[in-house]
Design a protein around this ligand. Structure first.
Ligand SMILES: O=P(O)(O)O[C@@H]1[C@@H](OP(=O)(O)O)[C@H](OP(=O)(O)O)[C@H](O)[C@H](OP(=O)(O)O)[C@H]1OP(=O)(O)O
Ligand SMILES: Nc1ncnc2c1ncn2[C@@H]1O[C@H](COP(=O)(O)OP(=O)(O)OP(=O)(O)O)[C@@H](O)[C@H]1O
Length: 476
């Protein structure tokens, strides 16, 4: 159930989400986030009808697979579902390439083109990178702070070695460090799939080398770190490759591309040895880039890469928390006294639900509309701070290695081709998933979570001599 229910109770029919609400979710992910991130990263989804008892049955079937801390989760009671393509696989080739125009072609979005036995396997890396920037005036990113809260609540035993600021920094060494860290402490931030099946995750960590051996087929066993190098560099290249679909809305941000030298054996030795031992130390901010107008994004990422696109949208939530909480409190009062209809917060609203209005820097003459924009931008950012990037890779047959093209045709688009360290080529495709809208009440949820994270951090590090000047969000 949406936790905005308190504001929309009169529209909820016995607790069942309406088709209008389902369509609103689809519009949010496809239209709004599709424009902001670039349509190429958001795979097309469709709405289908289901019966409530089917939902209950699926909910029941899924329940056995949920880990203990997610057992409270339930599928919303709905009569409509959004069906997305399976992003662990590459987009299907166009039917006309394989069938004659006269034949009827059934395209079922639920049955993507699983590779046949003759084709090399498709490996997919899922990253849940979380917030890639440091909030104003903070020394620790929310991911690293949240580790202390998660440990306190027993959700994790070990603090993660990963820091999102490394991944989003655009510095090759820091990105490699982040990816290595994810292989060591994957938590829910790294998963690997082979032909759609989960083969590496927090709960199946011991598989990593066997999976990478299948993936990269390395014969040389003298270098025990070779597989890891292949994996980390290929994933990093995919995260930083330019995705040129020409459809992304301009967020008017400038990011410098930095070309760095490839890493030496000494670099790798250092990276592999490196372990994060002191989690109380501040997170390392990326090198700042200066821009003339609007917020600065501190990164050296290529501007059209999936990571940079995500960071730009995330940065819509880089706001003064005091101002955000004031705006939220004012809006809640107005929903309750009826002076502002909750409809204003709908992603289907003809004015406030448009990308142009949401991104506009122009101050309105109406404080309420400024408040609405601030909260809506924060909600958009929240979704992109919680989504996953899925990158699917498929090895190209050796006889095509000599081919010099850098794209392969699949669906209506060209798939980029990347090379691993040995020169082997892979078709690849990146998508962003889990683009559900967050409720308006996520502002309140995050206000409390921020306070709890800070408290857990202080509790854990109270005896430390480091400078622990993380600022608590004001007015909590
Ligand atoms: O608050 P965070 O950063 O811990 O994020 C929550 C996620 O926890 P994580 O830290 O990624 O393990 C959390 O992930 P898990 O369920 O723990 O895998 C959810 O994604 C949650 O979103 P929602 O409430 O289900 O819409 C996420 O809540 P929102 O922050 O998106 O509201
Ligand atoms: N389009 C997709 N293709 C392939 N895998 C996907 C896709 N969307 C989601 N997943 C997989 O399902 C996982 C959970 O997805 P998501 O976070 O959207 O579900 P959820 O709504 O959080 O689930 P819950 O019902 O537990 O709240 C993702 O981490 C990813 O592994």
């Amino acid at each position: 159930m949406d936790s905005d229910n308190q504001f929309v109770a009169q529209e909820v029919n016995g607790g069942i989400r309406t088709i209008a609400e389902t369509l609103e979710r689809l519009i949010f992910s496809q239209k709004i986030l599709g424009s902001l991130l670039g349509a190429g990263l958001v795979r097309p989804c469709h709405v289908f009808h289901v019966d409530l008892d089917e939902i209950e049955e699926v909910d029941h079937l899924v329940d056995v697979f949920r880990p203990a801390h997610r057992k409270h989760k339930r599928l919303a009671p709905v009569c409509h579902v959004i069906v997305c393509p399976d992003c662990t696989l590459l987009p299907r080739p166009p039917p006309l390439l394989t069938q004659s125009a006269e034949q009827s072609v059934t395209v079922s979005p639920t049955s993507p083109s699983k590779p046949t036995t003759q084709q090399p396997p498709v490996f997919c890396v899922e990253l849940k990178p979380k917030q890639g920037f440091l909030s104003m005036g903070h020394q620790h990113c929310p991911f690293c702070l949240n580790q202390f809260l998660k440990r306190k609540h027993g959700k994790i035993q070990l603090l993660s070695q990963y820091c999102p600021l490394d991944l989003f920094s655009g510095s090759r060494m820091r990105m490699l460090k982040a990816i290595i860290a994810l292989t060591r402490t994957p938590q829910n931030n790294l998963r690997i799939f082979q032909d759609g099946n989960l083969v590496f995750a927090e709960e199946c960590q011991s598989n990593l080398m066997a999976v990478l051996q299948q993936w990269f087929q390395v014969d040389d066993t003298s270098d025990r770190t070779l597989l890891l190098k292949h994996f980390c560099t290929l994933v990093m290249d995919a995260l930083t490759m330019e995705i040129c679909d020409g459809t992304d809305a301009s967020l008017d941000q400038t990011v410098d591309d930095v070309k760095e030298a490839k890493e030496s054996q000494e670099d790798w030795n250092r990276l592999i040895k490196e372990e994060r031992s002191d989690h109380s130390l501040p997170c390392l901010p990326p090198q700042a880039r200066i821009r003339k107008t609007g917020p600065t994004i501190a990164t050296s990422l290529p501007s059209r890469s999936v990571l940079c696109r995500l960071l730009r949208v995330q940065s819509l939530g880089d706001v003064d928390f005091g101002r955000l909480y004031d705006a939220y409190d004012a809006l809640v009062c107005r929903f309750r006294d009826g002076s502002v209809p909750y409809e204003t917060m709908r992603w289907t609203h003809p004015h406030t639900g448009t990308v142009d209005w949401l991104l506009s820097q122009e101050k309105t003459t109406n404080q309420t509309m400024d408040d609405v924009r601030l909260v809506q931008r924060y909600r958009i950012s929240s979704t992109t701070r919680d989504c996953s990037i899925m990158i699917a890779f498929q090895r190209l047959a050796n006889d095509s290695v000599k081919d010099t093209t850098e794209f392969s045709f699949a669906g209506s688009e060209h798939l980029p081709i990347l090379r691993d360290l040995s020169g082997q080529r892979y078709k690849c495709h990146a998508s962003v998933v889990d683009l559900d809208p967050k409720p308006v009440t996520c502002v309140e949820k995050h206000r409390r979570r921020n306070q709890a994270m800070n408290e857990a951090f202080w509790l854990s590090n109270s005896s430390s001599s480091h400078s622990l000047t993380n600022r608590l969000p004001p007015k909590v």
